[in-house]
Write a protein that binds this ligand. Structure first.
Ligand SMILES: CCCCCCCCC/C=C/C(=O)SCCNC(=O)CCNC(=O)[C@H](O)C(C)(C)COP(=O)(O)OP(=O)(O)OC[C@H]1O[C@@H](n2cnc3c(N)ncnc32)[C@H](O)[C@@H]1OP(=O)(O)O
Ligand SMILES: NC(=O)C1=CN([C@@H]2O[C@H](COP(=O)(O)OP(=O)(O)OC[C@H]3O[C@@H](n4cnc5c(N)ncnc54)[C@H](OP(=O)(O)O)[C@@H]3O)[C@@H](O)[C@H]2O)C=CC1
Length: 296
């Protein structure tokens, strides 16, 4: 059956858990999933934040929204949450979105600081993926896992080393389980957003008003702007729908080309004027003509 992902009910019959769905990108994506007819489960550690988010998510549609207070670092809590979810009905999709991060010089990180990030991003996402996956396999059900990663899985990043390490581990999980669980009809993909400003991420990654990193600047994005929520929402709807079930094991960048425009490329030349390009060409031609004049 072909699915038009632009149909308002493209996700009717779907049930999707969004970890960290109480704030930021998770909340906005949850709204879009509910809007397309999915039942949405959100989890996080703060009950009040989740309740407020659930009201917002449900207001955009009649879809059902369930909240779960759960620290995904604790595998037992994750298993209890998954039991509660399955008592309502099995999931069809999981968005690994919950994360922890802050900028810090790596030489200053304590073991607990390192674990605060990696245990949330890597261990936590693995716990939730495993808890969903083993239930899908036992029940003979298909499933779609999408993990919200970052382009540092390809480039690495200074000053956010635990996050870069843990997100890269999930990139490896995505490729590995796509193969191991493909025969069960379980797909794993990931998104790697560029800068989509959210309150919490910007407080932790852009804390100094006068020391802005190029990572959080729109100027470094070839498209010269931040990402818009609806763009990320559309990609996740697509990955959670039945529109392209042959797509698995992929991490898809949605960053306006930012990670391809690094200082080792000529990306910065996009500021040259036509006159400067003409001068550059003249200089190159002169160099070539000198070379030619020396040929036999
Ligand atoms: C491509 C480009 C795209 C553009 C840019 C965007 C790229 C986005 C990519 C990814 C973005 C995100 O993930 S943004 C996600 C942002 N959201 C969050 O982080 C929400 C969750 N965060 C949290 O809960 C907290 O901030 C966090 C500290 C991480 C964990 O809280 P906990 O209560 O578990 O931990 P705590 O007990 O407070 O602290 C644990 C230890 O961590 C240390 N610690 C805490 N903050 C510290 C700090 N700033 N510097 C050093 N160390 C720190 C403490 O001193 C403790 O160590 P000891 O002193 O030894 O005890
Ligand atoms: N914003 C951006 O530009 C980009 C974001 N991303 C990724 O998108 C995702 C969302 O980021 P963003 O919305 O900006 O950040 P937020 O801080 O708003 O979202 C993180 C969410 O994770 C939850 N969370 C954190 N730790 C745990 C835990 N141990 N157990 C359960 N839930 C937890 C938080 O809720 P609570 O504190 O209540 O537990 C919060 O709702 C992250 O994976 C991030 O790496 C990637 C690239 C760019």
């Amino acid at each position: 059956m072909s699915i038009d992902i632009f149909r308002p009910d493209a996700l009717a019959g779907k049930s999707i858990l969004v970890t960290g769905g109480g704030s930021g990108l998770g909340k906005e994506i949850s709204k879009a999933l509910a809007d397309r007819g999915a039942t949405v489960h959100i989890c996080g550690r703060r009950a009040q934040v989740l309740e407020a988010a659930a009201r917002e998510i449900a207001s955009s549609d009649k879809a059902k929204v369930y909240t779960h207070v759960c620290d995904i670092r604790d595998a037992d809590q994750v298993d209890q949450m998954m039991e509660a979810i399955w008592s309502v009905g099995p999931l069809t999709g999981l968005l690994n979105n919950a994360a922890a991060n802050f900028i810090a010089p790596t030489k200053e990180l304590s073991p607990r600081g390192f674990r605060a990030v990696t245990s949330t991003v890597m261990d936590g996402s693995f716990h939730v993926t495993l808890a969903a996956g083993k239930r899908w396999i036992a029940g003979g059900l298909k499933g779609s896992v999408v993990s919200n990663l970052v382009t540092w899985v390809w480039t690495g990043s200074a000053f956010v080393v635990p996050s870069a390490m843990a997100k890269t581990a999930l990139h490896a999980m995505t490729m590995s389980l796509a193969v191991e669980w493909g025969p069960y009809g379980i797909r794993l993909n990931a998104t790697a957003p560029g800068p989509f400003p959210t309150e919490s991420a910007w407080e932790k990654l852009n804390p100094l008003p006068d020391t802005k990193s190029s990572a959080t600047s729109a100027d470094t994005v070839p498209m010269r702007r931040f990402g818009q929520m609806r763009e990320l929402q559309s990609l996740i709807i697509f990955l959670m729908s039945d529109a392209c079930e042959y797509l698995t094991g992929q991490t898809i960048a949605i960053d306006g080309g930012q990670h391809l425009a690094g200082p080792g490329t000529f990306a910065d030349l996009s500021v040259l004027t036509d006159e400067q390009w003409k001068a550059a060409r003249d200089a190159i031609v002169k160099s070539t003509e000198r070379d030619k004049s020396q040929r036999a």
